[in-house]
Ligand binder design. Structure first.
Ligand SMILES: [Zn+2]
Length: 379
């Protein structure tokens, strides 16, 4: 494994899918092509993205989640017991249709664009969630590799639809246990296959902290209404910690305020402060947090942890200047030891494959700006 320089540069996960990959995803979904045919299109796209990241100065490489439809629903294609349900199908099965319809009206993502991975039977890994994708990238680069996985709290919330999940898992907590088992197995396989860094994505935590009682959110995960936010956050900490225990690789937890719209007014707002007591207790090496947007408030110190510092906004056309990135890192270095700071964007550049937040050209320019800033800071 390559040793990392100071201020390692990396990304948070998703990258805008090339048109050919997007089309191949569509074909695969409608079973018009086989997964081998899909790989013939996706493999060169991933290879090209790995090369681009290397050339741009990324120290920790990802595969850009190019093969995934989005950051969490792709698990339906990898697990037994999970089925993608459109919101129309969910409306058919839920008992309180009026309440569900009211919820749909408050969503700011078009309902037709979402399919929810729903637990309909016992969860079982039919194939790895990400280990095969990692093995492919491992052949392409000597640099460190980060793998992103949906976190256990996010998956539990998304997958639990009482009317269809109930016969197998009576409560969402029971489903949560099964999710932990699946993710632990995946972590073990990822460590064996040469992952250097595994990041769990838990964006729903911000919904608990910043939008209690509000229904407007970016994924149906939040439709499985919770108890009081503090209890939900305790549950999240417990699930995440059990997935991370004994991981054998660097681990990270990413929490942002949503990354589904370029209209900043629709995204959640608030400092990480209310989440801090929970984030502090996560047994993760690193917190990957957004700080390039003023919606994230003041920089907080999390003792004993690395900070994946968000220094570029994935949703804007303007490319941050290396000088302004440097200032942000220097400010963070007043709180954190320099060897505990990573540089990354606030979130992925392409959350949903069909609705990327940016073009690949701008995404790459932003990575180059981070790398330039890191070089200057190292100097
Ligand atoms: Zn994010």
């Amino acid at each position: 494994m390559n040793r990392l320089p100071l201020f390692p540069v990396t990304t948070v996960g998703s990258w805008p899918r090339p048109p050919a990959v997007l089309e191949a995803q569509r074909q695969l979904r409608h079973r018009r092509i086989t997964s081998a045919e899909f790989a013939r299109i996706a493999d060169p796209a991933v290879r090209s993205l790995v090369e681009q990241q290397e050339q741009a100065g990324c120290d920790v490489i990802t595969d850009g989640e190019l093969r995934r439809d989005n950051f969490y629903s792709f698990v339906a294609t990898k697990l037994d017991g999970v089925r993608l349900m459109t919101l129309a199908e969910m409306l058919d099965v839920v008992e309180d249709k009026a309440a569900f319809e009211r919820l749909l009206q408050t969503l700011d993502v078009p309902a037709y664009s979402i399919s929810n991975p729903t637990a309909i039977g016992p969860l079982k890994r039919r194939e790895p969630l990400a280990a095969d994708d990692l093995r492919f990238v491992r052949q392409l680069t000597d640099r460190q590799i980060k793998v992103t996985l949906p976190g256990p709290y996010l998956l539990m919330r998304a997958m639990f639809v009482p009317e269809v999940t109930g016969p197998t898992y009576a409560t969402k907590e029971e489903l949560g246990e099964a999710v932990v088992d699946v993710l632990r197995d995946e972590m073990t396989e990822l460590a064996r296959a040469g992952a250097d860094f595994v990041q769990l994505d838990e964006p729903v935590l911000s919904e608990l902290a910043f939008a209690p009682g509000r229904t407007r959110t970016f994924m149906c995960a939040a439709l499985a209404a919770g108890r009081d936010p503090a209890e939900e956050l305790e549950l999240a900490v417990s699930l995440i910690n059990r997935v991370l225990e004994g991981a054998g690789v660097r681990t990270g937890v990413h929490v942002c305020r949503g990354n589904w719209s370029r209209d900043e007014r629709t995204l959640l707002r608030g400092s990480y402060h209310p989440l801090a007591p929970y984030l502090e207790r996560l047994r993760t090496d690193q917190l990957v947090l957004e700080y390039a947007t003023e919606r994230a408030g003041d920089l907080l110190y999390f003792g004993g942890k690395e900070l994946g510092l968000g220094v570029v906004n994935p949703r804007t056309d303007a490319v941050e200047r290396p000088a302004e990135i440097r200032v942000a890192v220097e400010q963070a270095a007043r709180l954190y030891p320099a060897d505990r700071l990573f540089l990354n964007p606030d979130c992925g550049f392409g959350t949903f494959s069909s609705r990327p937040m940016n073009s690949d050209g701008i995404a790459l320019a932003k990575v180059r700006a981070m790398a330039q800033a890191a070089r200057e800071l190292r100097g």
